[in-house]
Design a protein around this ligand. Sequence first.
Ligand code: URA
Length: 240
Amino acid sequence: MVKRLDKFLCDKKIGTRSRVKELIQMGFVTVNQEIVKRPETKVTDTDIVCCQGMVLLNDEFAYFMLNKPAGVISATEDAMQDTVLDFFKEEPYKNLYPVGRLDKDTEGLLLITNDGDLGHRLLSPKKHVPKTYYVGLAHGLSQSDIDALERGIDIGEKKLTLPAKVEIVEENAVYITITEGKFHQVKRMFEAVNNQVVYLKRVSMGSLHLDKSLRPGEYRSLTQEEKEELYVTGYKNRNF
Ligand code: URA
């Protein structure tokens, strides 16, 4: 989509053509964080337009949070196995896909969208978007295990894992927050301290927290606030 800024704001129901021109000329509209005073400025899908501090998102995109149940795979299609997209068969949107992968036996928060650019940005290793998991363990952790997990640990990659945060919930359950997304990373981190993950559930990704009212297999649209916060995460450090 390429549109004139004043048309974009009218389409967003901000006001009539003359009212939105007025707002633009008064300096109430920013594009990519810069005040723009020309109504004819062209904006595209990836430009972030704010009017009076409110982010205006492109409605052609859909954003859902799914509470992924165990037993389905994080893929768009599979001939043999159920995928997370099977839950979205009734949705009218094309090109929905899961942002990132959870193992087949992992539950919890999965962002499903057709906004490829935002999804790509959230997954970029450079972004270090924090992801928090609730982890059920075979045994309790010692203080030296916690220190090793938090400092960075050898899971057979070229480098140690980046620093993590561990929060004890009870004897055999913790929250761990990591800022990378290596294959089976959480399981491999606990294996590296001679433990074993027996249950894994993602509870947050960046600003997005799994809605506790969603049962496994249920999903809902993100709220405007959740979408805006994700945009801030995805587009921060962007070179405008
Ligand atoms: N780490 C894992 O080991 N599995 C997941 O599904 C997610 C993170």
